[in-house]
Design a protein around this ligand. Structure first.
Ligand SMILES: [Zn+2]
Length: 115
C-alpha cells in the first residue's frame, strides 16, 4: 500500500529528527503535497489513522495536508509560472515548458508540539 509506506517514511523522518521525549509531545504534522505527487490526501489520512489507531503512541496527532501548486521555470527567459489548468507554458514569453520546479514533491512543512 503506497500511502502506508509514505506514512512510515514520514514517521521515520520524525524519529530521526527528534528525540523520544519530544515525540511524546507531538501534536500535529503539516505536509505539503504537490498535485503531481501521485498522493491522494484522503488515502494518506486513512493510512495515518489506520496506523495510529486508538491506544498507540501517535493516535492523537493531527495530520494536515496542504496541496501545492505546479510551478515551471522557462528555459528561455527563466520566468517561473504557476501552472493553471495543466497549461504548461511560460506566462511571460508563451513558450511551452515541462521544467517542473514544484508540484511533484512531498514535504514535511511543519510539526507542532505541546508546550
Ligand atoms: Zn519564458
Amino acid at each position: 500500500m503506497h500511502e502506508l509506506s509514505i506514512v512510515n517514511s514520514i514517521m521515520n523522518t520524525l524519529e530521526q529528527e527528534f528525540d523520544e521525549a519530544k515525540l511524546d509531545k507531538l501534536q500535529a504534522i503539516y505536509l505539503k503535497v504537490g498535485i503531481l505527487a501521485n498522493i491522494e490526501p484522503r488515502l494518506l489520512h486513512n493510512a495515518f489513522t489506520a496506523k495510529h489507531h486508538c491506544g498507540t503512541r501517535f493516535h492523537h496527532v493531527q495530520l494536515h495536508i496542504e496541496p501545492t501548486d505546479i510551478k515551471i521555470q522557462c528555459a528561455s527567459c527563466n520566468h517561473i509560472t504557476t501552472v493553471k489548468n495543466y497549461r504548461f507554458a511560460c506566462e511571460k514569453c508563451g513558450r511551452p515548458s515541462k521544467n517542473l520546479i514544484q508540484g511533484e514533491e512531498m514535504l514535511i512543512h511543519k510539526v507542532e508540539f505541546e508546550d
